[in-house]
Design a protein around this ligand. Structure first.
Ligand code: GLY
Length: 396
């Protein structure tokens, strides 16, 4: 039944845009562009050193700036993830070989204590996509081992995973950031493949407590929630990467939308669906006309504030998934919004000839003055994921 609704929705969106199958054309062209750009990046990175991870491209630069892989680099799973998605689209064997090389360079993480929560991001984007496409059993072992590392960060008093062990003193307590929702995917997945329910129980607890304390009445979210590590009491909501404690940091809200949509996928818990929709409603309501958010919705310099293409890509990907979980009318609305975001990214945010990234104009850490108006690897990851999700939906 869901597939039938999805088909009707795609048809409705197509008709509303005035032609019969425009998505096929622009989607295929956009995916071909991504495949060509990632091939161009691979050519520029020759000879490939799998321990150097592409991270960003400054506004005046032409090539990926790389970082040595390490336990501290939260972004290192995205480049292999991009290559896996690119391989999924093109079937190019050389891209698959590169994806394997960059993925396997991250395997060392399974043997060390978690530096922070980002292990889920790193490993599910790389090994997770690799396993999905190849069913390599060694990849499954790494993901499950990483789930074991992630749950070491769980505080049963609080009921959430600690995000930044190194920041406990700075925040004055157990800190959990909205981004941490994304790591729950590794935990839910590990429970499904092993039958060990501990991972999913912790993921559920984390999602429940986050739902209780991390959101304001209107569905916007704090970036950071601080809890008393001993009593478990919620102490305050604040920010680290946003404009202000009570502002809506665009990528934080994007993680909330994506995170609760993914939680619903694994649990079918209607509370998570409702949370995903509530977080979506306020995000969509406050978007500028072109559907690409400013880096923080409350920066007083808007409309002269930097944009964040990465948040747009994360939300577009989440909305394509969310469209499959709701009634027909809402579904058509979410798909229309996602398509508008993707088409704007496709036409106005392309790196094109300037550099081998897919997208320009993301914001990394504005308060730290870092990666403002850059091409950033995670924007590209969620962009190609969103395009592939939309293409798969159209093919159902
Ligand atoms: N997880 C860090 C960020 O979204 O910038």
């Amino acid at each position: 039944m869901k597939k039938f609704y999805a088909f009707l929705m795609v048809l409705a969106v197509s008709l509303s845009l005035g032609c019969s199958t425009p998505e096929r054309t622009w989607l295929d062209e956009a995916l071909d562009y991504c495949a060509a750009q990632s091939q161009r990046a691979l050519d520029e990175l020759q000879p490939l050193d799998y321990t150097l991870s592409p991270r960003n491209i400054a506004p005046d630069a032409q090539h990926w700036s790389t970082r040595p892989v390490s336990k501290e680099l939260w972004t290192e799973g995205f480049w292999p993830g991009i290559l896996w998605y690119s391989y999924e689209h093109s079937g190019n064997a050389a891209v698959r070989t590169a994806a394997e090389g960059y993925t396997e360079a991250l395997g060392f993480l399974k043997d060390m204590p978690a530096y922070d929560h980002d292990l889920g991001f790193i490993i599910f984007c790389s090994y997770g996509n690799g396993y999905r496409l190849t069913e390599n059993p060694a990849y499954k072992e790494v993901i499950v081992a990483i789930a074991d590392r992630i749950i070491e960060l769980y505080n049963p008093q609080v009921g959430t995973l600690l995000s930044w062990p190194r920041e406990v003193e700075n925040f004055g307590g157990h800190n959990t950031i909205m981004d941490n929702m994304i790591n729950l995917e590794t935990l839910f997945w590990a429970s499904e493949v092993t039958g060990d329910t501990r991972y999913a129980a912790i993921a559920r607890s984390h999602a429940d407590v986050t739902m209780q304390y991390h959101f304001r009445e209107d569905g916007s979210s704090y970036h950071v929630a601080v809890y008393n590590a001993e009593s478990g009491a919620f102490e305050r909501g604040c920010t680290h990467q946003g404009y202000a404690d009570d502002s809506m940091w665009a990528r934080g809200q994007a993680w909330a939308i994506y995170g609760y949509t993914m939680c619903y996928r694994f649990t079918q818990d209607p509370r998570y669906l409702a949370m995903a929709q509530k977080a979506t409603d306020i995000y969509l309501k406050r978007l500028p006309e072109d559907h690409i958010p400013y880096w923080d919705f409350d920066d007083p310099r808007i409309p002269n504030a930097p944009r964040d293409a990465s948040a747009a890509a994360v939300v577009a990907s989440a909305l394509v998934e969310l469209s499959g979980y709701v009634d027909m009318e809402t579904s058509a609305h979410y798909l229309h919004e996602a398509e508008t975001m993707l088409r704007t990214l496709d036409t106005a945010y392309r790196a094109g000839e300037q550099s081998p990234a897919f997208l320009l104009h993301s914001t990394g850490h504005h308060p730290a003055g870092s990666e403002i108006d850059y091409a950033i690897v995670y924007a590209d990851y969620y962009y190609i994921e969103a395009l592939l999700r939309l293409k798969q939906l159209n093919q159902q």
